[in-house]
Design a protein around this ligand. Structure first.
Ligand code: SF4
Length: 376
């Protein structure tokens, strides 16, 4: 199982909390698609002729591309790689880009078969706090129209822990999601990353700070409601009806291979982790010069183990000691067993058969627990 990720860095404005590689300027827009097509050609052997089960347009805001540009990229992938006929092909889209014409064209003129809509909240106060371009009304409309045009494999993003989002409004946001009966939800706690506008604004006391208590309350409500509605909590921030897990993201979480195309995109083929330069000028120049835009790291055994623990412990598949025994050996197992025991004792991790899982209590501290289990 392998996937291709295409990073489209363009955004209309920078959201306050965002730390992805994005550009607002359209300066390098013209050469960008040619550079993507050229990079696909140059790296066509990276996945060693594996069948491609998923293509994911992420960003940035991939819905800022025209339907014909999206089609060009998919056609190129189909020409160069063994793209399965029923591959999951996802487009991340922002509500303000999704008018009826665009959605209809995406449905009828491309092979996009899954939409991931960046709703974040249905309340305008939250959207303004986050500095999103769209409104709550646009978010509702985009989902309605996408369903009407036949996009049933759809997911939305919702953020909780926003200071302007009351407990009741958070419940209302979840109710709105359930009313649409969509098969998938990605829901994240608002976090303040270094070097973001949100961080600066909070430090200067121009924006209300985040409350950990509120975040915990929202997370607990989320787990309660999602269970009532019979979604599976299959990754710390992801919830799905049976058969609708994100196939693309599951590749990352299950240690599969993926090729990342576009500025700042990461790739992994079982041997090396590679990442593209996070710089549009250099990325687009590569189309003319053919000069490499990659950095590369061969992962040590410890790094591979840490990567496995970090991703697996966050999922419903859990962290498998038999896998660790087979791939990494005795020293890794005994180290893990001794480090994880305190989390079992305090009820944040449980072991069923050979597999460790986070409990609901542990899910609140997933990153800290994973980091405490790393090998140096
Ligand atoms: S639209 Fe997405 S990628 Fe663009 S700035 Fe906002 S959060 Fe970041």
């Amino acid at each position: 199982m392998a996937g291709i990720y295409i990073h489209i860095p363009f955004c209309k404005q920078k959201c306050h909390y965002c730390n992805f590689y994005t550009v607002i300027s359209q300066k390098y827009r013209d050469g960008f698609i040619s550079a993507i097509l050229k990079e696909l050609e140059q790296r066509k052997n990276y996945l060693n002729d594996k069948h491609i089960n998923t293509v994911y347009f992420g960003g940035g805001t991939p819905s800022m591309l025209s339907v014909s540009e999206i089609g060009l990229i998919i056609d190129k992938i189909d020409m160069l790689f063994m793209l399965n006929k029923d591959a999951e092909i996802t487009l991340e889209a922002n509500p303000d880009d999704l008018d009826q014409n665009k959605i209809r064209e995406l449905k009828n003129e491309t092979r996009i078969n899954r939409l991931s809509i960046g709703v974040q909240s249905f309340n305008d106060d939250d959207l303004q706090y986050l500095n999103r371009v769209h409104t709550g009304t646009q978010a509702l409309k985009s989902i309605e129209v996408a369903l009407y045009e036949g996009f049933h494999n759809m997911t939305i993003d919702l953020i909780y822990g926003i200071p302007t989002l009351t407990d009741q409004q958070w419940l209302n946001n979840l109710d709105t999601f359930f009313r649409f009966d969509l098969p998938h939800l990605s829901s994240y706690a608002l976090t303040v990353e270094p070097k973001t506008v949100l961080n600066t604004l909070i430090e200067k006391r121009k924006m209300q700070a985040i409350s950990e208590n509120q975040t915990v309350r929202h997370f607990e409500v989320l787990l309660e409601q999602i269970e009532k509605q019979q979604y599976t909590h299959y990754e710390i921030s992801n919830f799905a009806k049976e058969g609708y897990y994100s196939k693309h993201n599951s590749i990352y979480w299950l240690g599969g291979h993926y090729l990342g195309i576009g500025p700042s995109a990461h790739s992994f083929n079982g041997v090396s982790l590679q990442w593209n330069v996070a710089n549009m000028k250099q990325y687009v120049e590569f189309e003319k010069t053919g000069t490499t835009v990659l950095e590369k790291e061969v992962l040590s055994k410890e790094q591979q183990f840490n990567e496995y623990v970090m991703t697996s412990i966050r999922t419903s598949w859990g962290c498998d000691t038999e896998h660790i025994q087979n791939v990494f050996g005795d020293a890794f197992i005994s180290n893990l067993t001794s480090l994880i025991s305190r989390f079992i004792d305090d009820g944040r991790v449980e072991k069923k058969g050979p597999i460790y899982y986070l409990t609901n209590k542990g899910k609140l501290h997933a990153d800290g627990i994973a980091a405490a289990l790393f090998m140096d």
